[in-house]
Write a protein that binds this ligand. Structure first.
Ligand code: FE2
Ligand code: FE2
Length: 166
C-alpha cells in the first residue's frame, strides 16, 4: 500500500464523499439512517481533520513556506466544519435543523476537498517530491492510530481551541 501522503488523503476524501452522497440520497424521513450516516461522517471527519492539522499542514508549512497562506486558510475551513460538527453531535436526527445543518457541512467540506485536490495537492506534490510525501504519509498513519474518533475527546477539543486561539 502506498504511504504517499496525498494518496492517503485522497482515499479519505473518497470515503467521506461516499457518505455525503448516501446522506443526500436518503429519504426525508429516513431519520435512523441519516443519524447513522452523520455519526459515520463525524468520525471520518474528526480523524481526517486531526491528521491534516497535526501532520500534513505543519509539515507543508515548514517545508514550503510559500504555501503558508493556503495552510492558514485550510485551518480556518476546518474550524468552520468543526463548529458545525460540534453542533450536530448534540442534535437528534429528527430535529428541524438537522438536515439543513448537515447539508451546510457537506457543502463546506466538498468545497474544501475540491480546493485541496485541485489547487493545493498539485502544488504540494511539485514542491515536495516523492520521498518527502512518503515520509509525511508514514507520520500521518502513525497519527491516525491515536486520532480522536469523536469531537468530544480531549485531543479533538484541543485542536478546535488551537484553531480559535492561535
Ligand atoms: Fe483539509
Ligand atoms: Fe483533506
Amino acid at each position: 500500500m502506498s504511504t504517499d501522503a496525498i494518496v492517503l488523503l485522497k482515499n479519505d476524501h473518497k470515503e467521506i464523499k461516499r457518505i455525503f452522497d448516501a446522506f443526500e440520497k436518503a429519504g426525508d424521513n429516513a431519520h435512523a439512517e441519516k443519524g447513522r450516516l452523520v455519526d459515520r461522517m463525524i468520525e471520518l471527519l474528526t480523524v481526517h481533520t486531526y491528521i491534516e492539522n497535526e501532520v500534513m499542514y505543519p509539515r507543508v508549512r515548514e517545508l514550503l513556506p510559500e504555501l503558508e497562506d493556503d495552510v492558514l486558510e485550510s485551518y480556518e475551513e476546518h474550524h468552520v466544519a468543526d463548529v458545525l460538527v460540534m453542533e450536530l453531535v448534540g442534535m437528534k436526527p429528527d430535529a428541524e435543523r438537522f438536515t439543513a445543518k448537515t447539508t451546510v457541512l457537506i457543502e463546506n467540506v466538498r468545497h474544501h476537498i475540491d480546493e485541496e485536490e485541485q489547487d493545493w495537492f498539485p502544488q504540494v506534490r511539485a514542491g515536495l517530491g516523492r520521498k518527502a510525501l512518503q515520509d509525511i504519509g508514514v507520520e500521518m498513519e502513525a497519527a491516525r492510530k491515536k486520532a480522536p474518533r469523536t469531537p468530544a475527546q480531549p485531543s479533538a477539543l484541543k485542536k478546535t481551541l488551537d484553531a480559535v486561539i492561535s
